[in-house]
Design a protein around this ligand. Structure first.
Ligand SMILES: [Zn+2]
Length: 299
C-alpha cells in the first residue's frame, strides 16, 4: 500500500514536471520522442521513422528485458514521449504497470501478430513473445510499424512506406539466406539448442527443431530433469553445437557441452542488441550474427 502511494505520488510529480517540460520542448521545436521498450524495436522504428522522430529504448543494450525494473527517469522519459512502443505478448512483464498511470499513446506490435504458444512449464499456453527473432516475422513488424506511425502522422505516410520498403529488402535477403542454409542442412542436424526458448518463431518458420533449457528468461533456471533430457538428446542426435543468449549466463549450457562433447557455439542475440562496439548493434546485424553462428555451429 505504502509502495503504491509512493509510486502514485511519483507519477503525479512526473506528470506535472513533464507537462511543463513538454511546453518548453515544443517552444524549442524539439523533435518528438518515440520510446521503445527494447533496443531491437527501437532500431526497427529508427529505420522507418528516420529523422522524423527521436527514437530511444528504455532498456539499454545488453540488459535483460523481461523482468526489467523501470527507474523514475524512465517514467519521466515516457511521460514526455509522443508514443510508447512495446512488443507485447507478455514480453515486457513491467509494461502494464509502467504505462498505467501515464498519459502516453501506446503501440503494442503483438496485437497484430499471430502467436506461437509456449508448450511447457509455468508459461504453458501463453504466447511466446520473441517473434522478431524470425526474419519472416521481422518483415511483419515493419509493416505493422509503418502503418502505426502513418496513422499517428498521416502526412508522412509515403515517407514511412518508402523507408519500410527499403528496410524490408535488407530483411528479405537475410530471410532468403536462412531458408537456403536450412534447406541445404542435413536433416539430422536441424536442431537449435539454446538457453532460452526464444527461437520458436525462427525454428517454426525455417524448419528446425527447438530445444531449450528454460522457456522464458524470467525463469532462467534449468531443472535437473530438463538438464538430463537435453544431454541425452544432444548425445543421441550427435548434435555438433549448443548455444546460449547474450543476456543470460551460459554456465548451464557449458555443462551440457562438456557432458556431451558438443561445441559451445556462442551467444545468440535475442532480447537485446549489443552496444555499438559489439557484433549485434542493429537488428539486421543481430540476425546476421545469429545466422553466422548457427551456420558455423551446425554445418
Ligand atoms: Zn527473452
Amino acid at each position: 500500500m505504502r509502495k503504491n502511494i509512493i509510486f502514485l505520488s511519483l507519477v503525479i510529480l512526473i506528470s506535472l514536471a513533464s507537462a511543463s517540460c513538454r511546453r518548453i520542448s515544443n517552444r524549442n521545436d524539439d523533435k518528438e520522442v518515440i520510446l521503445a521498450s527494447f533496443t531491437v524495436l527501437a532500431d526497427i522504428i529508427k529505420n522507418i521513422a528516420k529523422d522524423d522522430f527521436v527514437v530511444r529504448s528504455i532498456t539499454k543494450p545488453g540488459v535483460e528485458v523481461h523482468g526489467y525494473q523501470p527507474t523514475p527517469s524512465d517514467l519521466v522519459d515516457a511521460s514526455r514521449a509522443f508514443v510508447f512502443v512495446d512488443n507485447g505478448f507478455g514480453f515486457e512483464l513491467w509494461a502494464e504497470k509502467f504505462v498505467s498511470n501515464l498519459q502516453v499513446k501506446r503501440i503494442s506490435v503483438a496485437e497484430d501478430l499471430d502467436p506461437i504458444f509456449i508448450s511447457e512449464d509455468f508459461y504453458k499456453g501463453k504466447p511466446n513473445p520473441h517473434a522478431w527473432i524470425s526474419p519472416k516475422r521481422g518483415l511483419l513488424y515493419v509493416d505493422i510499424l509503418v502503418e502505426s506511425l502513418s496513422e499517428l502522422r498521416p502526412s508522412k505516410r509515403s515517407f514511412f512506406e518508402e523507408n519500410g520498403k527499403i528496410y524490408k529488402e535488407k530483411l528479405s535477403e537475410i530471410d532468403k539466406e536462412f531458408s537456403l542454409f536450412i534447406n541445404n542442412l542435413n536433416k539430422d542436424r536441424r536442431y537449435l539448442v539454446s538457453c532460452e526458448g526464444a527461437f520458436s518463431y525462427l525454428t517454426n518458420d525455417y524448419g528446425l527443431e527447438e530445444v531449450y533449457l528454460w522457456p522464458v528468461n524470467a525463469e532462467s533456471q534449468i531443472t535437473p530433469k530438463r538438464m538430463a533430457k537435453t544431454i541425452s538428446l544432444v548425445k543421441d542426435k550427435n548434435l555438433p553445437s549448443v548455444f546460449c543468449e547474450s543476456t543470460v549466463s551460459n554456465e548451464s549450457q557449458m555443462v551440457i557441452a562438456n557432458e556431451t562433447g558438443a561445441n559451445f557455439g556462442g551467444n545468440l542475440f535475442v532480447d537485446s542488441l549489443s552496444d555499438d562496439s559489439g557484433p549485434a548493434s542493429s537488428y539486421i546485424q543481430m540476425l546476421r550474427h545469429n545466422l553466422d553462428l548457427i551456420k558455423k555451429g551446425l554445418y
